[in-house]
Design a protein around this ligand. Structure first.
Ligand SMILES: [Zn+2]
Length: 175
């Protein structure tokens, strides 16, 4: 039986809220606003547009404003929660599958993890092999780090573009 936490508005399946520890929980009513998810700025824009498009009422609350980040909570009525959640997950399904080739975008100078694994090390003696294995792990780790950095920069530049758009909209509204 689903319940709602009066304090943090999570939908839960226990008497005591596992999110905030509150015991003020009860059966949800159809129009109870429920906490659906927290998103960053770009995702909040996509999600709010999608919910608007589907006619699902929602409340978007900015809960955290960092120097480079925004966190927003989404609340939807209990009766529309499932629908809203499936819209939310469809935002991710539309993304192309993640390409796990770490060297993507770095030209041919770098090896992918698969290529490293497939290399033939058989001509080396044991000590060289151990060294090479350690080296290989180091390369893999560095490639992972580069990829993570690249992702971070992509997110940041997306965020900047979003902000630019928002500012341009504001300027439009003001003029
Ligand atoms: Zn709670």
């Amino acid at each position: 039986m689903e319940r709602i936490c009066e304090k943090c508005r999570h939908i839960i399946e226990a008497e005591v809220c596992p999110h905030c520890g509150s015991t003020e929980t009860r059966e949800p009513a159809a129009d109870d606003p429920c906490l659906m998810t927290s998103t960053d700025y770009s995702l909040s824009v996509m999600l709010s547009e999608s919910l608007k498009l589907k006619g699902i009422p929602f409340r978007m609350v900015t809960v955290e404003l960092g120097k480079y980040s925004v966190t927003r909570d989404f609340y939807v009525p209990y009766s529309r929660l499932e629908e809203a959640q499936s819209i939310f997950s469809s935002l991710f399904r539309e993304d192309p599958p993640v390409n796990d080739n770490w060297s993507d975008g770095f030209g041919t100078g770098l090896f992918s993890a698969d290529e490293i694994d497939q290399m033939d090390w058989s001509g080396l003696d044991d000590m060289e092999l151990e060294e090479l294995k350690a080296y290989k792990d180091k390369i893999s780790k560095t490639l992972k780090e580069i990829k993570a950095m690249e992702r971070l920069w992509k997110e940041r530049s997306n965020k900047l573009l979003d902000m630019k758009e928002e500012v341009e909209n504001l300027i439009d509204e003001l003029s």
